[in-house]
Design a protein around this ligand. Structure first.
Ligand SMILES: [Zn+2]
Length: 377
């Protein structure tokens, strides 16, 4: 099924490319979707799979081109959409449960199953109960494992009782989260270790001969490492977010895109190969470290927002510029205030604190100010 979807994706890509090269014509999603009927009539392999899932694949081509044109317009390095080689196409999506797929296809059976058109009923090991009404269903291959991903509507909200507490959080390197009251949550030590292992696995892969059995094994090992890092990162994010949401009504955090531009050398994800990164001017190891941490912060904020929403809590995202250099006691801003990565000592008033706690206090203050503005408006 993945291979046929990959063929469809590549064919749609070729069509767009050729039309553009020959006549400067751009082909749209609607044009390609209209051809699906004929494609299915001519190709018995394609006809086996769900029409809607094929439309979803064509929409992916559309998104790839939309991204390309957006990058051209904004003057970025455009990166023309690429062909998906074998093993580079891992997901099929069904936009609507019940249309070419059915989640919980045998409700009376104690084992969950998903029915996929052209495949049949597939046993699923469910990691947690499904909340709400299933909207979309995706199947994803990761190395030698397969996952079913569900997105749901009408997920019931379970508000937590108010605590009267507000908090600011700083996202950092030594610990994932430092709270304005001084607590630190989630030591991402494993991320550093993982960066080392990933670099080693990548180097190992580069040494293997093309199309050899050993190379295939090295690819599988690298994929397994990536998978493990993702799991660990997600686990850490869930634990940290749960603690925060349980204890506080309002959580102020830095808006990552703003912080990223000013504070950190950004990792540059390769648009064509999720999980891979382009050179960003730092050494490979430092870049990988950075990118793993960056992804960790992004995942954490996503999880935090979702948990806060379902618990009836508020997350305020603030511009975190200068929060690491500003004194939380007197407001004096100077790079010299930050003595080391961990130590903050104000050059004006002498206030001393853990650098991340000082930043978290500033973020809390900025968050409360923003909230007050929003309420006044
Ligand atoms: Zn001060």
């Amino acid at each position: 099924m993945l291979n046929d979807h990959r063929d469809l994706y590549n064919a749609a890509l070729v069509e767009r490319r050729d039309a553009y090269r020959m006549g400067g014509v751009s082909i749209r999603y609607g044009d390609q979707s209209a051809q699906l009927k004929d494609v299915r009539a001519d190709d018995a392999d394609q006809a086996r799979w769900s029409f809607s899932s094929q439309q979803a694949t064509l929409r992916r081509v559309d998104r790839a081109f939309a991204g390309f044109f957006r990058r051209v317009r904004s003057g970025e390095k455009p990166g023309y959409p690429r062909f998906k080689g074998p093993g580079r196409f891992d997901t099929v999506e069904w936009p609507k449960d019940g249309d070419g797929c059915r989640w919980d296809s045998q409700p009376d059976n104690p084992t969950s199953r998903v029915r996929l058109q052209g495949v049949g009923h597939v046993k699923v090991r469910q990691h947690r109960p499904v909340a709400g009404r299933v909207k979309t269903v995706s199947v994803k291959r990761e190395g030698d494992r397969w996952y079913v991903l569900l997105s749901c509507d009408d997920v019931p909200v379970q508000p937590l009782p108010p605590t009267g507490s507000t908090v600011g959080v700083d996202l950092g390197v030594a610990s994932l989260v430092t709270v304005s009251e001084g607590r630190q949550i989630g030591n991402p030590r494993f991320l550093k270790r993982a960066a080392g292992q990933l670099t080693a696995a990548q180097r190992d892969l580069a040494r293997k001969k093309h199309r050899s059995k050993r190379r295939r094994k090295a690819v599988a090992r690298l994929a397994a490492r990536h998978r493990k890092v993702r799991r660990q990162r997600l686990d850490l994010a869930h634990k940290a977010a749960l603690t925060l949401v349980r204890d506080h009504d309002v959580i102020a955090a830095e808006a990552l895109n703003i912080a990223g531009m000013t504070r950190r050398a950004r990792a540059r994800p390769d648009p064509d190969y999720p999980g891979r990164f382009l050179p960003n001017g730092q050494s490979a190891k430092a870049g990988l470290n950075r990118s793993i941490l960056d992804a960790g912060w992004g995942v954490f904020l996503t999880v935090l927002r979702a948990k806060a929403e379902s618990a009836g809590r508020t997350v305020v995202e603030v511009d975190a510029r200068h929060t690491s250099q500003r004194c939380a006691a007197c407001g004096h801003v100077a790079p010299g205030n930050r003595v080391t990565q961990a130590v903050f000592r104000c050059l004006a008033c002498g206030h001393a604190a853990h650098a991340d706690v000082n930043a978290a206090v500033n973020i809390l203050r900025a968050g409360l100010a923003r909230q007050a503005d929003a309420q006044a408006a």
